[in-house]
Design a protein around this ligand. Structure first.
Ligand SMILES: NC(=O)c1ccc[n+]([C@@H]2O[C@H](COP(=O)([O-])OP(=O)(O)OC[C@H]3O[C@@H](n4cnc5c(N)ncnc54)[C@H](O)[C@@H]3O)[C@@H](O)[C@H]2O)c1
Length: 266
């Protein structure tokens, strides 16, 4: 059964999870800058919506729920790579909302005996990601612009780095977390990443390199620079050791292969 609806409506959530043994919860308003522009909307969807899904899953006796948490929860912690049990202070309303998800999952597991697993996604990218608008993610945005021969803009000096994670790795983590029989998987969080960091300068070069295999004219592409954005963390790289030890996770697609796939045919 396909139910289209809003997680802010508890009735819809109950209908959606009725009779389900497993729930994979992804719905949220993404983007750090969007949450700074409109914190009420982010909180309403990401916190109230999440709580509704939890209550519905509890009432409908769902066996296990895996939910999308976020690397933004590491906040201002400078230490790298990020290890699950050490976080900093959040830097945006979005980060607060995703951390609150983890806290609610913790108390629902404690009080209602639910099986809940959080996956802290790190900068996910893949096919069909929206390249348009002020809140677009950097990879689809850069590729779309560069394919058209337009030089993309970076906020800051471009040395900021991310653990860009192809969506195939995220799918694998969801599957492993959902079906693992290891007790250590329950009521905890896992970094969902590649364990590798790439600066925006490197990302730009990687995309350009792929484009140059199609047409030498892309050589004139250059990065443009603008002032840094509020709420952005400087560097982000995950330790994927916990996911490897408990779930046997190994990334299936590295950034360069993911970029090659996305640049694809011109
Ligand atoms: N993309 C990333 O890099 C990244 C990183 C960390 C965490 N996450 C988390 O992963 C999940 C998926 O993110 P995404 O990047 O695919 O974002 P997305 O915006 O592409 O997808 C989110 C989906 O949630 C839906 N949604 C939003 N509010 C809703 C509501 N009230 N009711 C029902 N549906 C609603 C949207 O319509 C959209 O289809 C989110 O929970 C996000 O916070 C994503």
């Amino acid at each position: 059964m396909f139910v289209e609806g809003d997680v802010r409506d508890i009735g819809t959530c109950k209908k959606a999870v009725q009779g389900c043994a497993y729930v994979l919860h992804q719905a949220a308003i993404g983007s750090v800058p969007r949450s700074i522009d409109n914190p009420l909307r982010t909180n309403d969807n990401n916190v109230n919506g999440f709580l509704n899904v939890l209550v519905a899953a509890r009432d409908e006796k769902v066996k296990r729920m895996v939910y999308a948490a976020s690397s933004s929860t590491y906040g201002d912690l400078a230490e790298m790579p990020k290890v699950e049990d050490r976080i900093g202070m959040p830097l945006s309303p979005y980060a607060v909302s995703k951390y609150v998800n983890e806290l609610y999952a913790h108390v629902f597991a404690l009080n209602y005996g639910m099986q809940l697993v959080g996956l802290r996604y790190f900068n996910v990218f893949g096919k069909n990601q929206d390249p348009n608008g002020a809140y677009a993610a950097v990879i689809p945005k850069f590729i779309e612009m560069m394919k058209k021969g337009v030089s993309p803009t970076v906020y800051g000096d471009g040395t900021q780095s991310r653990d860009f994670t192809h969506v195939s790795n995220v799918l694998l983590m969801n599957e492993l977390a959902l079906f693992s029989e290891d007790e250590r998987v329950l009521n905890t969080v896992f970094n969902t990443a590649c364990g590798q960091n790439t600066s925006l300068l490197e990302l730009f070069e990687m995309i350009k390199e792929q484009l140059l295999t199609k047409d030498a004219g892309f050589d004139k592409l250059e990065l443009k620079f603008e002032t840094e954005r509020l709420g952005d963390v400087k560097h982000s790289q995950a330790s994927i050791e916990k996911a490897y030890q408990i779930l046997g996770y190994k990334p299936v697609t590295k950034i360069r292969d993911g970029i090659r796939e996305l640049v694809g045919e011109l």
